[in-house]
Design a protein around this ligand. Structure first.
Ligand code: ADP
Ligand code: ADP
Length: 221
């Protein structure tokens, strides 16, 4: 069964179609890339999946649930990292992780949190307000990973991360993917998509221009 199913999804702003009649099906366990230049419509599509904005027309479902009608249930089950991470500013990274672990009933949470703190080089006791965008992003990523969701949606997650942390992120994503997690990854970096995704949809001016199977590590024709 498809984890994400999008049919004819469209978002108009005045006369401009930010997303124009796109359709996609993403299968369980895939690392699925969503690639296009800035302004192509990636975030708008993702925000419709999470019901932060409403489609002008078309439908989308996640895990068989309608993205508009069942958005509350979807938000509980889906991990999401937005492109412009904003956060509960007075909390520390560790506060956020403890809260997330408790909310989702994570087993061995202290060990897992400790592992991620070290792995992503996150300072546990700094207020989020005092972190750079890249460091905020790491907190958002770890928080989403801690949920261990069936589906993880990452909107330009590597923006602002240094290369070593980017590399570690993809190691974790590949591990999670092997364990059955489905990952939907938006990016404007072709190399990133070629190296790490199983399939990718190319979006430009709001339209899907192609969908490709990827032989990891090989060049796309
Ligand atoms: P991407 O995530 O691929 O960079 P976006 O989905 O953010 O692209 O944006 C797609 C297009 O929609 C862009 O032209 C952007 O300026 C426009 N857009 C996004 N949000 C709004 C909005 N709230 N009002 C008007 N135009 C918007
Ligand atoms: P904008 O389109 O104004 O940039 P965002 O897409 O960042 O807004 O956020 C839209 C809504 O989604 C806001 O209410 C925000 O609090 C919420 N939101 C943004 N990122 C997340 C997240 N990672 N988890 C949960 N909610 C989020």
């Amino acid at each position: 069964a498809s984890i994400i199913e999008i049919k004819g999804l469209t978002k108009k702003y005045k006369n401009m179609k930010a997303v124009n009649n796109i359709s996609l099906e993403i299968e369980e366990g895939e690392i699925y890339g969503f690639i296009g230049p800035n302004g192509a419509g990636k975030s708008t599509t993702i925000k419709m999946l999470l019901n932060f904005i409403f489609p002008t027309s078309g439908t989308a479902s996640i895990l068989g649930m309608d993205c508009v009608k069942q958005s509350i249930e979807i938000k509980k089950q889906v991990g999401y990292v937005s492109s412009d991470v904003r956060y509960y500013h007075e909390m520390t990274s560790l506060d956020i992780f403890n809260y997330t672990a408790e909310f989702h009933g994570i087993k061995n949470s202290q060990e897992v949190i400790q592992h991620y703190l070290e792995y992503f080089e996150i300072e546990p006791s700094k207020k989020i307000a005092d972190l750079s965008l890249g460091n905020k992003k790491k907190v958002a990523i770890v928080s989403a990973l801690l949920q261990n969701p069936k589906l993880l949606i990452l909107d330009e997650p590597t923006n602002g991360l240094d290369p070593m942390i980017q590399h570690r992120l993809f190691e974790v994503l590949e591990e999670k993917s092997h364990a059955g997690m489905t990952i939907f990854l938006s990016s404007h970096d072709l190399h990133e998509i070629q190296t790490h995704c199983d399939r990718a949809a190319f979006i430009k001016n709001g339209e899907i221009i192609s969908i490709e199977e990827i032989n990891k590590g090989k060049d796309i024709e």
